[in-house]
Design a protein around this ligand. Structure first.
Ligand code: GAR
Length: 215
């Protein structure tokens, strides 16, 4: 399966996907990394690994989001992309692109959805006093951070955590979770049925994603 990753910044999740895809037995290939920021560090990191990269800056489109996305969509078609992985792509997508890629676009979000949609998820989790936090890979729908859940990983919240330490613990799990979720989709072990994701009964068992105890 030919996969594109969309990034806006450092691209650590994209690099985790690239590492997984480098295994010849992995059911997907990272064929393109696309960014709305031409100087995103992740774009240079992908290019250094020999992955095709494309910058499609949004600013020249002066607020015409759909025109920006039509340009992106043309790149995806040209590169024969079959699945899009949003990996820290910090722009809201229009319903037009989301519908065009319906059930063929997934996202990673740094919370246990449906809790803490949006930004500053770690600070808000701490303020809410939750004991468990984590990350989610979900199929993209038009509403922000909503859609059928493919996989989640939870981490314990420690009493002395700040947003930085908690975010680092979650990010470590993101880097395990996203390749796992991509392999479920690309292998056909997970499929979207309406607003839920169904796992094939013979799917490989999920690796234990939760660390056994608080670090
Ligand atoms: C990740 O933590 C990802 O979950 C988050 O942005 C970060 C990107 O880091 N995404 C969102 O908040 C989307 N709602 P990365 O560029 O190093 O992968």
């Amino acid at each position: 399966m030919r996969v594109a990753a969309f990034i806006s910044g450092r691209g650590s999740n994209m690099l985790a996907l690239a590492d997984a895809c480098a295994d010849p037995d992995f059911p997907a290939e990272l064929s393109l990394v696309l960014s709305n920021e031409a100087d995103a560090p992740g774009l240079a990191a992908a290019a250094a690994r020999g992955i095709a990269v494309e910058a499609v800056p949004h600013r020249p489109f002066a607020g015409d989001r759909e025109a920006h996305e039509r340009t992106i969509d043309a790149v995806l078609t040209r590169e024969r992309i079959e699945l899009v992985c949003l990996a820290g792509y910090m722009r809201l997508l229009t319903p037009w692109l989301v519908e065009r890629w319906r059930d063929r676009m997934i996202n990673i979000h740094p919370s246990l959805l449906p809790a803490f949609k949006g930004l500053d998820t770690h600070g808000r989790a701490l303020a809410a006093g939750v004991r468990w936090h984590g990350c989610t890979v979900h199929v993209v729908r038009a509403a922000m951070d909503e859609g059928p859940i493919v996989a989640q990983a939870a981490v314990p919240v420690a009493d002395d955590d700040d947003a930085h330490t908690l975010g680092a613990r979650v990010l470590e799990q993101e880097h395990r979770l996203y390749p796992h979720a991509l392999s479920l989709i690309a292998s056909g072990a997970a499929r979207v049925a309406g607003e839920r994701v169904i796992l094939h009964p013979h799917a490989l068992p999920s690796p234990a994603l939760n660390p056994p105890e608080a670090p």
